[in-house]
Structure formats: structure tokens, C-alpha cells
Write a protein that binds this ligand. Structure first.
Ligand SMILES: [Ca+2]
Length: 240
């Protein structure tokens, strides 16, 4: 009984919301197991927008955000293809490639993607630059929602491929159950007073870490302390 109580308490603790402002998840290695689960009780969607900031040196393909339901392993997936300018958005197991984006290595960038189940259109924004609005799949999503960062689900909560592991850092993850307007996307990109996600909210995040993934202070270009001490040298590259 005591063990059972401990298990129940640990489960509750793992799911308590945390404000991760100023933090990031570091994904330091390629594995077939390590990932972060983002927890929501929502299990029905007619539209989705996801925004996050990521940093990576990967030139191979990799998953950026993976949402699965019992029916669709790729219910909503943001997937960077090997081609440097190609990102795929999946909805209801259908993938649509979007081209011509400047996905940069070794720098923080904002990635937002949306899907509208009424029209079936998907769109992405990399650092606020929109893609074309392309048809993907219309309909709805329902059933137990499982969201992973670091691994791309090929089944509901599993089917991980180490060759598609995300390696790098991810921060500021938000998810809404509607399509954000271009102005709202820009407010996220500029980190200006945007309304946090009503499904996943980085400022009140329920998550669980599986494996060697670290929650750390978010790194900028350099510290403000250095900027103050040596203003002439560092003022160009420092982030306030
Ligand atoms: Ca896969």
C-alpha cells in the first residue's frame, strides 16, 4: 500500500505544471529512447498551431514536434527533411512538404506550424517568414493525445527511430487549438506579450523527461554581465 501511494504521489508530482520561462530542454545525444512528454488532457482537435524555438546542428532529417493519437501516429507532426529548405507538416497521417525556408543551424530560431481541419490547409513560419498555405488533410483528431519532443512517434507513444532523433535545444513550446493569425505568430517570434498556448503552455508546462534530457537555463549569445563590463567589444552581439 505504501509503495502504491508513493507511485501515485510521484505521478502527481511529475504532472504538476511548471513555469519554464527562461529555461530550455537540452537533448544532448542520439538515442532511440530519450524524449520529453508534454502532457495535456485535451483529446479532440479541429485545428492546431504549435510554436517553439529550437537550436540544432543536425543536417539530417529529424522530428521537431510529434503529436500522436490512437488512430494517427502522425496526427500532427513538424518534421525537418534532409534538404536544407524542406520542412514537412503532417496532419492525420498525411505529410505535406513546404519549401524555401531558411532553417538555420547553430542559432535559435522560431518555428511555428498550423493545421486547419476545416480547410485541410497547413502552413509554417520560420522566424516569422510564412510558407505557402498547402493542402494536407481535412477532418478532426480525437482520442488520447500523446506529445513528444526529441523523438518522432511512428506508433502511439513509441516507434522511435534514432536516425530521426532531435539533438540540440528546444524552448518556449506552445500549442493552441486554433490557427493563429500572422500578427499573433509575429508576436511569438518577437516574444512580445503573446497569449500563451491554451493546450500546451511553456509558462505552466506539464511534462515528463524520459532519459538523459536536461532542463537548463536558456543560453543566449552571451551574458549581460560581460556586456556591462566590456561594452565596446560585446555590445553588438549581446542579447539583453
Ligand atoms: Ca519515423
Amino acid at each position: 500500500m505504501k509503495c502504491l501511494l508513493t507511485v501515485v504521489m510521484l505521478t502527481v508530482c511529475a504532472a504538476a505544471p511548471e513555469d519554464l520561462t527562461g529555461k530550455m530542454f537540452s537533448f544532448p545525444q542520439e538515442t532511440k529512447t530519450d524524449h520529453v512528454k508534454l502532457i495535456t488532457t485535451r483529446d479532440e482537435f479541429k485545428a492546431i498551431t504549435v510554436c517553439l524555438r529550437s537550436f540544432t546542428d543536425l543536417s539530417r532529417n529529424h522530428g521537431i514536434f510529434s503529436l500522436a493519437t490512437p488512430t494517427f501516429a502522425n496526427a500532427f507532426l513538424i518534421f525537418k527533411k534532409t534538404a536544407s529548405d524542406q520542412i514537412e507538416v503532417n496532419a492525420r497521417n498525411k505529410g505535406t512538404s513546404l519549401f524555401g525556408q531558411e532553417y538555420k543551424l547553430n542559432t535559435w530560431q522560431s518555428v511555428c506550424a498550423s493545421w486547419d481541419g476545416t480547410t485541410g490547409l497547413v502552413q509554417i513560419w520560420v522566424d516569422g517568414k510564412p510558407s505557402s498555405r498547402r493542402y494536407c488533410s481535412d477532418g478532426t483528431l480525437s482520442g488520447h493525445t500523446l506529445i513528444t519532443l526529441g523523438q518522432e512517434q511512428d506508433s502511439h507513444g513509441g516507434g522511435f527511430d534514432p536516425q530521426q532523433t532531435f539533438v540540440g535545444m528546444i524552448a518556449d513550446v506552445h500549442m493552441w487549438d486554433f490557427v493563429l493569425s500572422p500578427c499573433e505568430i509575429q508576436r511569438f517570434v518577437d516574444d512580445l506579450n503573446f497569449s500563451p498556448g491554451n493546450v500546451i503552455n511553456w509558462r505552466a508546462l506539464q511534462y515528463e523527461i524520459v532519459g538523459k534530457i536536461l532542463l537548463e537555463d536558456k543560453q543566449g549569445a552571451c551574458s549581460c554581465l560581460i556586456k556591462k563590463k566590456v561594452p565596446n567589444i560585446f555590445s553588438q552581439s549581446c542579447q539583453a
